[in-house]
Design a protein around this ligand. Structure first.
Ligand SMILES: Nc1ncnc2c1ncn2[C@@H]1O[C@H](COP(=O)(O)OP(=O)(O)OP(=O)(O)O)[C@@H](O)[C@H]1O
Length: 262
């Protein structure tokens, strides 16, 4: 198995602040990782590194067999799917949903719109259907609900057939039905052996989809614990991550946590 991500003693500093410190992390093909931690823990910073969008201040960050700093990131980025609200904010409101998805491949192959092959459109339709968004393909992005936008963003991130898929808080801002729908669909993607390695950032154990394999718990820029979910996601590790006593329940492949009552 080859490494998708190989971070060794990685740190990111801004001014006098350590956003990440001493992070060792390896993600292998076929793995589906959750990165869990409180606000400000450094989760988005970690994902930005994994996406090749920032460089470490210290340590070595390996991505898809290349080393950040010694590789042309513009060649690396198309191999990585990224879905985040910051990227979604750049999508024009008037763009049709089908174009939002199909244009993901424009930047990769650098072709003009006119020459886009019917296969690209078929792939976009297939991905929208897999995300339960086929009926939205003719709508403009600006008219979609938050939940619909999230599904379209994920279809877009999968369009280039990436080797690594990064999801930054995909369920943030969704109502209960929207969250459950998205978590179920992410579980289906995670169960698909042909799917890329996945890394999903979240604040909530309730949002961990079925079939995710591993978890990295982050607090104040440092790794609290990491490894297979079944042995790493414990009440003690959650308490150390969030700084409070928590009870953890497991229902099948789903989790729920709340404050421990006195
Ligand atoms: N350019 C910067 N200069 C100084 N501090 C920064 C900078 N960028 C981020 N930070 C700080 O680094 C910390 C980690 O930020 P990051 O966005 O990675 O956390 P996060 O875990 O994703 O948080 P959230 O869950 O709230 O989105 C935060 O305290 C943030 O304020």
């Amino acid at each position: 198995m080859s490494d998708v991500l190989a971070f060794a003693d990685v740190g990111v500093r801004r001014g006098g602040t350590a956003l990440l410190d001493g992070v060792d992390w390896e993600v292998e093909e076929g793995q589906r990782w959750v990165v869990l931690g409180p606000n400000g823990a450094g989760k988005t910073t970690l994902l930005q590194l994994a996406a090749g969008r920032i460089h470490p201040t210290s340590g070595v960050a390996g991505i898809l067999g290349e080393v950040l700093g010694a590789v042309d990131v513009f060649e690396l980025r198309p191999r990585i799917g990224l879905s985040s609200s910051a990227l979604a904010a750049q999508i024009p409101d008037h763009e049709s949903v089908r174009d939002v998805v199909v244009t993901a491949s424009y930047g990769v192959v650098g072709r003009w719109r006119e020459s886009y092959h019917e296969l690209d459109h078929a792939r976009a339709d297939e991905l929208l259907a897999a995300l339960g968004a086929a009926h939205l393909s003719g709508r403009t992005f600006g008219t979609l609900s938050e939940g619909e936008r999230k599904r379209v963003q994920i279809a877009r991130a999968l369009m280039t057939d990436p080797e690594l898929m990064l999801l930054d808080e995909p369920a943030a801002g969704l109502d209960l039905g929207g969250r459950e729908d998205l978590v179920t669909r992410l579980g289906e993607i995670a169960a698909d052996l042909a799917a890329p390695a996945l890394v999903m950032v979240t604040h909530h154990v309730e949002e961990i989809p079925p079939h995710f394999t591993d978890i990295l718990l982050l607090r104040e820029g440092r790794v609290v614990a990491q490894g297979p979910i079944e042995i790493t996601l414990t009440e003690d590790n959650l308490a150390a991550t969030f700084g409070m006593e928590l009870t953890l329940e497991q229902h099948g492949q789903r989790f729920a946590a709340r404050a421990r009552q006195a």
